[in-house]
Design a binder for this molecule. Structure first.
Ligand code: 5AD
Ligand code: FES
Length: 349
């Protein structure tokens, strides 16, 4: 049977039951997915027009104290060549980024003890002082509430922390026992309470993922009401025990992007680099399935290949300016435009 009625109801009521999500995710035929894509794109256009927001991603450290089983920069990967950008290098990425038309910078890194709260606060102050018209997003993992509060007071605007999966048992398949889903969810709730525009998210096709775990992801997202959701295909990394697992599928990622757009209409939804990595036009297809954000790399070229979360990542050899032009061409090629704006969530306008 067609799942079209479920897609229609998701659009009308903004949520489904767990059983309905399972049915939608596991039984939808190609024509249902096509219908979801059309609805997602129409909704995206209604809320954001033809605008695509861009964020300059600065991968400032690949030291990480965690040991997530899927991730190439996990602490037990002795083959990872570790690096840490200096404050000066980070500031010069921002400088170049602003000239290229970025009005959001995303500082992303492993959970690196060198970057203490004090060092982060100083960095945030400096970036916001030099770029008062730009938004600053942090993506540096789990910290104490007090730390998040300090970052917010220092001027950080947004925070990305993918929950990775909302199923307890699946979470334990992806992470060592010292990490917990409860703690991660708690961090996300605190970030929202503090006032960050908050992003959660998950990988598509990670080992152990099922329609049930995805249904739990959708219910968690509905409950959290984040401003952003980042999803991209799982891609195996050679130095992890998931090296021989299958990567996430393009069509499934596109379908889930569409369902997210239909469920939470004003969401900031990136077409991720991982999506571009599994298909040459992955980002364009992501936009056509409902995404409205791109997050190209602003990191210095000499460290890009070292921030290796998964194998085969695209754009590691390209200068920021090249990526900027390349993305512009790609986005214009499908009838959209990259805008020079902060691109805050509509609720903050
Ligand atoms: N494949 C795809 N995405 C990955 N991430 C980490 N490792 C991989 C991988 N092997 C994602 C996680 C993390 C984000 C920064 O990158 O979801 O939250
Ligand atoms: Fe990086 Fe195309 S976006 S080269």
């Amino acid at each position: 049977m067609s799942t079209r009625h479920l897609i229609e109801r998701l659009e009308q009521s903004g949520v489904l039951s767990k059983e309905e999500f399972v049915e939608l995710i596991s039984t939808s035929a190609d024509e249902d997915k096509e219908y979801a894509k059309q609805r997602a794109r129409d909704i995206g256009d209604a809320y954001f027009g033809k605008k695509i927001y861009v964020r300059g991603l600065i991968e400032f450290t690949n030291y990480c104290k965690n040991d997530c089983l899927y991730c190439g920069i996990r602490r037990s990967n002795g083959n990872a060549e570790r690096y840490r950008l200096t404050e000066e290098e980070i500031l010069s990425c921002c400088e170049e980024g602003e000239q290229l038309g970025f009005r959001t910078f995303v500082l992303q890194g492993g959970e690196d003890a060198y970057y203490t709260d004090e060092r982060m606060v100083e960095l945030i102050h400096k970036i916001k002082e030099r770029h008062p018209d730009c938004a600053l997003t942090l993506s540096i993992g789990e910290r104490e509430r007090e730390s998040y509060e300090k970052f917010f007071r220092a001027g950080a605007d947004r925070y990305l922390l993918r929950h990775e999966t909302a199923s307890d048992s699946h979470y334990r398949q992806l992470h060592p026992s010292e990490m917990s889903l409860a703690h991660r969810k708690n961090c996300l709730r605190q970030l929202k309470e503090i006032g960050f525009q908050t992003g959660c998210g998950f990988m598509v096709g990670s080992p152990g993922q099922t329609a049930e775990t995805l249904a739990e992801d959708f219910l968690f997202i509905h409950e959290l009401q984040p401003e952003m959701v980042g999803i991209g295909p799982f891609i195996p990394h050679q130095d992890t025990q998931f090296a021989n697992e299958a990567q996430g599928a393009l069509e499934q990622t596109l379908f889930l992007l569409s369902l997210l757009r239909i469920m939470q209409k004003d969401l900031l939804l990136p077409a991720t680099t991982a999506l571009a990595t599994i298909h040459p036009t992955g980002r364009e297809q992501g936009i056509l399935a409902g995404a409205n954000v791109l997050m190209p790399n602003l990191s210095p070229v000499n460290v890009r290949d070292k921030y290796s979360l998964y194998d085969g990542k695209v754009c590691t050899g390209d200068e920021a300016a090249e990526c900027r032009n390349c993305l512009q061409r790609r986005v214009e090629g499908i009838g959209y435009e990259i805008v020079v704006e902060r691109g805050d969530h509509p609720s903050r306008h």
